[in-house]
Design a protein around this ligand. Structure first.
Ligand code: SIN
Ligand code: FE2
Length: 208
């Protein structure tokens, strides 16, 4: 089945072993202490997301009634986002070798019935760099489609420590999380899942 994944798509199961997952979780906890999880709402309708979010790195992705965007500060505290942990910069250097450095790391926290509807990551100024994502905690049933909303989709599981790279032809693929598999990991103290999504936001030309 992996044979027919789009060019530029990579699933790296178990990229982070248990010890590395614990270290990364420690980093995420200190980010979230400085930049608390917030509940984003949908543009226009104001309907709350079922996941809570935070960010680290120079830019963070936020959503509120005014729309989706990247901004350098937390929407509630007004503080700059915490620095991106070195281990995430190293991951990017390893799997997105040709891309300029990541500017945003979105932290998604899923609990209980939290899910993420099918969407494209397209709020960036450039799509040259891949999207790199890390899963921690309970396994997710992930859904991947094509670059058209109506294209067929397939689902597969993302377990704690897995890394997913959406580059090349998969950079603008629709994707989402159908559900969690409760009790599938003991990494977090309770149930739940953390997803870290690393992205390049600005193009090098516009950044200079
Ligand atoms: C996202 O697309 O923002 C999250 C994906 C995931 O949780 O694996
Ligand atoms: Fe996404």
């Amino acid at each position: 089945m992996t044979n027919d994944f789009p060019e530029g798509f990579r699933l790296l199961p178990g990229y982070f072993d248990k010890q590395a997952q614990e270290a990364l979780l420690g980093e995420v906890r200190s980010v979230v202490r400085a930049a608390p999880l917030f509940t984003p709402v949908m543009p226009r309708t104001g309907k709350p997301f079922s996941v809570r979010m935070s960010n680290c790195g120079p830019l963070g992705w936020v959503s509120d009634v005014k729309g989706y965007r990247y901004q350098p500060h937390h929407p509630e505290t007004g503080e700059a986002w915490p620095e991106m942990p070195a281990v995430l910069k190293a991951l990017w250097a390893d799997v997105a070798r040709d891309a300029p450095p990541p500017e945003a790391c979105l932290i998604n926290y899923y609990e209980g019935k939290a899910r993420m509807g099918l969407h494209q990551d397209r709020d960036e100024d450039t799509f040259d760099a891949p999207v790199v994502s890390v899963s921690l905690g309970d396994t997710a049933v992930f859904r991947l489609g094509g670059t058209a909303r109506k294209a067929p989709t397939r689902s597969f599981r993302l377990s704690s420590g897995d890394v997913l790279v959406l580059g090349g032809a998969s950079r603008l693929a629709y994707h989402g999380v159908d559900r969690l598999i409760p009790g599938s990991s003991t990494l977090l103290s309770g149930a739940g899942r953390i997803n870290l999504t690393l992205r390049r936001v600005t193009s090098l030309e516009s950044g200079t």
